[in-house]
Design a binder for this molecule. Structure first.
Ligand code: GLU
Length: 414
């Protein structure tokens, strides 16, 4: 049988894997296995040559059990309903693992966004935002950046929402530019949170990070900050890649220079070192592997060839369940996405709190509160994994699903 790669089927499988251990009722299982709401929009926008193009926009709200739905919006040609539903479910667990008061949501546009001009990007994002305004809100569903979206897109959406409600409402979305109500430290938060996790893991095991080798697949926001910050702790980043391919340099890559090069040329190719493919990067003989690109990268076909002893997932859903089993049997620890990349949504939460209080924190405050949450969460997941002798992903699910189900039992009698 070919391996399951539909992210929504995978997400359901992961939920079902812990449902019995947690003694979830049949009603609870069915309720959690689907988003509470799903919105699909047709979004027309004008190209620069005057043609009108129509693309699909999606917003899935998986859970409101612990608070408003929360999660990013991605613009990518592969965005589809099942992917967005899966990502929204993963957001529910992610917010529960780090224990912030949100449910899960996710959205996206099926479009080759990178190929659009700046004007086209603005028209499309604003057109999508006008549809979204009816289903989001600071107390209901709060979007954020994800693949190919950032502060500029968040501001266009906040602006449309402000026009819709008749006043500025920065708390409707997070990941905004700092000048428009964004939080200091939000840009680096996903990478920083991941590195806090890795740092804590090494501390718990009494090992030094100094000189440990690292490969990072994907060099977008999360990958860049993760690489930079882990190098700052003395680890050696020996491989990086983006969608067009990667670079391996056993003497260590200067991450600052690599970020400059990527910003200037749009790719990592051309940096000093040996050109490698994304597939080769995953199989390098390194200590730590950081998948920071898209779903389904480590699968039943290549998991056996992974040599890293620690995988910290910056991407959402990079490892399939089949790969998880193989890695667990080999003794590889996977710090799962819903823990490792939760720093982004944690600082989104801080941004939302600051917006609502109209009182802004220093970057030191943001980073130290983030550190505290990531270290505490990592410890809880590690303890759970030791107790149940199970993979860390399952441990994180046991923690998260129990929290969400606990809230639902009280409110909905499920
Ligand atoms: N898109 C990010 C994630 O997958 C951030 C979500 C947020 O900040 O709400 O966690």
């Amino acid at each position: 049988m070919p391996e399951q790669t539909n992210p929504f089927e995978i997400a359901r499988q992961q939920l079902h894997a812990v449902a019995d251990k947690l003694k979830l009722s049949a009603a609870m299982k069915s309720f959690l296995a689907e988003p509470e709401a799903l919105h699909v929009f047709t979004v027309p926008f004008a190209r620069d040559d005057g043609r009108i193009e129509v693309v699909t926009g999606i917003r899935a709200q998986h859970s409101f059990a612990r608070g408003p739905a929360k999660g990013g919006i991605r613009f990518h040609p592969d965005v589809g309903i099942d992917e967005v539903k899966a990502l929204s479910m993963w957001m529910t667990w992610k917010c529960a693992v780090v224990d912030i008061p949100y449910g899960g949501g996710k959205g996206g546009l099926t479009v080759d966004y990178k190929a659009l001009s700046q004007g086209e990007k603005e028209r499309l994002t604003r057109a999508f935002a006008r549809r979204l305004t009816k289903v989001i809100g600071p107390d209901f569903d709060i979007p954020a950046p994800d693949v190919n979206t950032g502060p500029q897109e968040m501001m266009w959406i906040a602006d449309e929402y402000g026009h819709f409600v008749g006043h500025p409402e920065p708390a409707v979305i997070t990941g905004k530019p700092v000048d428009c109500g964004g939080s200091l430290g939000r840009g680096s938060a996903t990478g920083r949170g991941l590195v806090f996790c890795v740092e804590r893991y090494f501390e718990n095991h009494g090992i030094s990070l100094k000189g440990k080798t690292v490969a990072v697949q994907g060099f977008g926001n999360a990958g860049q900050y993760a690489a930079r910050l882990i190098a700052g702790l003395g680890a050696s980043v020996v491989a990086i890649s983006d969608s067009r391919g990667g670079i391996f340099n056993d003497k260590g890559i200067s991450v600052g220079a690599a970020i400059d090069h990527k910003t200037r040329t749009g790719q990592v190719a051309g940096l000093p070192g040996r050109a490698i493919s994304n597939a080769e990067l995953l199989e390098l003989d390194v200590d730590i592997l950081i998948p920071a690109a898209l779903e389904n990268q480590i699968t039943g076909s290549n998991a056996d060839k992974v040599k890293a002893r620690l995988i910290a997932e910056a991407a959402n859903g990079p490892t399939t369940p089949e790969a998880d089993q193989i890695l667990f049997a080999k003794g590889v620890t996977v710090i799962p996405d819903i823990l490792a990349n939760a720093g982004g949504v944690t600082v989104s939460y801080f941004e939302w709190v600051q917006n609502r209080q109209r009182y802004y924190w220093t970057e030191e405050d943001v980073n130290s509160r983030l550190r505290e949450i990531m270290r505490r969460s990592l410890d809880q997941v590690e303890r759970m994994a030791a107790e149940h002798k199970c993979p860390w992903r399952e441990a994180a699910y046991l923690l998260a699903v129990a929290r969400v189900a606990g809230a639902l039992r009280v409110t909905r009698d499920l």
